[in-house]
Write a protein that binds this ligand. Structure first.
Ligand SMILES: [Zn+2]
Length: 107
């Protein structure tokens, strides 16, 4: 298995996720309820904010998994499922290089 390839994928994905989070900052600002906008658009704004909060949490989790995966590369145990310790199929790692589990153990 070509660890170098996955390391590059992870580093690339990390910078993508970081700039995604950067872009979210603007849209996840708290909604100002005193803002003189219509009721409907205020609800839209709150919904919008909720959605960006969710994608923010997802992105933060991805970042954590990426860091953990990079640590596993350093520790020489990258690509092994954290639960059953079987090798994670490369097809899965190519799609999600930060995967800590094989598809059978994915919670
Ligand atoms: Zn497993």
């Amino acid at each position: 298995m070509d660890i170098k390839l996955y390391e590059e994928l992870l580093i690339k994905k990390r910078s993508e996720t970081e700039s995604f989070l950067e872009g979210l900052k603007e849209s996840s600002k708290p909604v100002d309820l005193n803002d003189p906008i219509g009721r409907l658009s205020r609800m839209d704004a709150i919904q919008q904010q909720q959605m960006s909060l969710e994608s923010k949490n997802r992105a933060l989790l991805t970042l954590k998994q990426i860091e953990a995966a990079l640590d596993r590369i350093k520790d020489d145990c990258y690509g092994l499922c954290l639960k059953c310790e079987e090798e994670i199929p490369e097809k899965r790692l190519k799609a999600r290089p930060e995967s800590p589990f094989c598809s059978g153990c994915q919670p």
